[in-house]
Design a protein around this ligand. Structure first.
Ligand code: TXE
Length: 480
């Protein structure tokens, strides 16, 4: 059985304790590989390697750093099929989704920041009577990057790429639930000639390895994506140490469909924004609000499409809905479906675990589920479920739906469907969300700031924001 290794100081290494954890394939419920059960000693080795490599990596010309990052991107492209298959097996998502979204985006993350650092500019302010002020941005040194299981390689590289581009070394931890593609990335980094110690990947449990990274005194910046509860804990550790902190947390995103929307486009995209990756994307629109005039028509059409969705083996090309990521997560999602019924909800489609025939008979599959009849105050509409479960509610006026949309503690993203562009601009401006899509969903430009408001997070990733997060601005004033 394959044993995943840590990537420390340029080599693939067993954990100090030589103890491993089971890695389960969600589609079969079977252990298919092992991952290191690392701890603080492994993190200490990774930090020592990073410390050793930091000066040379920071001093390397941006073009040279960018060349190595571009090579890594090319190797990800070369191995797209193998990486997509690994991602699909590890996470349960349809292989077609991994091949078209996750893996290409991992390559894009490296390419984007390789280009960004070559073209980075800084500012100078000339005051003839005072002097010249100019700003330089210095790498923080060693960046701690901790990522989740829903978009394993996509989010892992979304943190690592800007940190490396800005001249930092990195100690990174992927989720223990989906470690495989991070391990395959280690091999590509070695092949690309990334200098030893520049990137170190330590596998293992969050409270052990993640905690050791967050608490390490030589790691001044932590970039985290995961649950709000975990983010809250990380903040209690990092804040007293005056660490820079970027928290990308949960969401409970509204999807607002006005009567003057393009019905077919809204319907087709809403199917994707509701159930892509089994609803395990922090940007999924899990609260759907439909204006009263089209509510019955939309609900009927949407229910038919949800019922027709194929749940199946993630490795089958035709599969649209694969397995959810773990047994524990499946039980969590099923418990929310039960709660929704207890809160008075009506299951219009789905609602149950699915028994898939053949090799996936013991996998973690849930029918795409559509629930009506709930108001915005219930837990089902307030808490992040993070599975293939959406609620649909009618609304009358713009003011009413803006209040509904803003009625949770989250504020990550929102979607608005209307052909009236003044309304689109007006509603988008009123929504408490870090990202608002009008007449589209998940259209991403990596130059834009990415992140949430309220309990969806602190700080922004993407574009210049990420490079600024992984650097310290220093202002120098020269008297003229
Ligand atoms: O995330 P965790 P989980 C939401 C979603 C999901 C919930 C929990 O609702 O059900 O979060 O998911 C590491 N110190 N999102 O359990 O636990 C952990 O090992 C340091 C939304 O997967 O937050 C993993 O690498 N690190 C989110 C990472 O944190 C710790 C995507 C995320 O794990 C740690 C994923 C600790 N004490 C889940 N405990 C999004 N916004 O996309 C855990 N970790």
């Amino acid at each position: 059985m394959e044993e995943i290794k840590n990537y420390i100081n340029g080599t693939l290494a067993a954990p100090v304790t030589d103890h491993y954890l089971d890695n389960i394939e969600p589609a079969t419920g079977k252990v298919y590989s092992k991952l290191p059960d690392s701890g603080a000693d492994d993190v200490a080795q990774a930090v020592a390697a990073a410390r050793q490599a930091t000066a040379a990596w920071a001093a390397m010309p941006a073009e040279a750093r960018a060349a190595i990052m571009t090579k890594i991107a090319g190797l990800i492209d070369r191995d797209r099929e193998a990486l997509a298959r690994a991602e699909s097996i590890d996470n349960g998502k349809p292989i077609a989704l991994a091949r078209t979204v996750d893996i290409p985006r991992a390559a894009a993350n490296f390419r984007f920041y390789a280009a960004a650092i070559i073209n980075a500019s800084t500012a100078a302010h000339v005051s003839p009577d005072k002097g010249v002020n100019y700003t330089v941005r210095e790498p923080v040194g060693i960046a701690g990057c901790i990522s989740p299981w829903n978009l394993p390689l996509y989010l892992f590289t979304w943190k690592i790429a800007p940190a490396l581009a800005a001249g930092n070394c990195v100690v990174a931890k992927p989720s223990e639930i989906t470690p495989m593609t991070a391990f395959l990335l280690s091999r590509l980094c070695i092949e690309a000639g990334l200098p030893p110690g520049v990137l170190n990947i330590v596998h293992g449990l969050g409270p052990k390895v993640g905690q050791a990274i967050v608490a390490h005194p030589d790691i001044p910046a932590i970039s985290f994506t995961g649950g709000t509860a975990t983010g809250r804990h990380i903040a209690t550790v990092a804040a007293p140490m005056f660490k820079k902190l970027s928290l990308e947390l949960g969401g409970k995103n509204p999807n607002i469909i006005f009567a003057d929307s393009n019905f077919e486009e809204a319907l087709a995209t809403t199917l994707r924004s509701s159930f892509a990756n089994q609803g395990q994307i922090c940007l999924c629109g899990s609260r759907i609000y439909v204006q009263q005039a089209i509510y019955a028509t939309f609900l009927a059409a949407f229910t038919d499409k949800v019922k027709a969705m194929q749940v199946g083996d993630p490795l089958a090309e035709a599969t649209q809905t694969g397995a959810v990521v773990s047994e524990a997560h499946m039980q969590k999602v099923l418990s929310y479906i039960k709660l929704a019924t207890a809160e008075g909800g009506k299951i219009e489609a789905g609602g149950h675990q699915v028994k898939v025939e053949g090799r996936c008979a013991n996998g973690y599959f849930i029918q795409p589920t559509l629930i009506t009849g709930l108001d915005e105050t219930c837990r089902t509409n307030q808490e992040e479920i993070f599975g293939p479960v959406v609620t649909v509610q009618p609304f009358e006026t713009e003011e009413e739906v803006i209040a509904l949309a803003n009625s949770t503690n989250y504020g990550l993203s929102a979607t608005v469907w209307t052909e009236n562009l003044q309304r689109g601009h007006r509603v988008a401006a009123a929504l408490k969300a870090g990202i608002v899509w009008v007449n589209c969903w998940l259209v991403r430009d990596l130059r834009t700031p990415f992140g949430g408001m309220k309990q969806s997070g602190v700080g922004r990733e993407g574009g210049e924001e990420a490079l600024n997060f992984f650097t310290e601005a220093k202002n120098i004033c020269i008297k003229v």
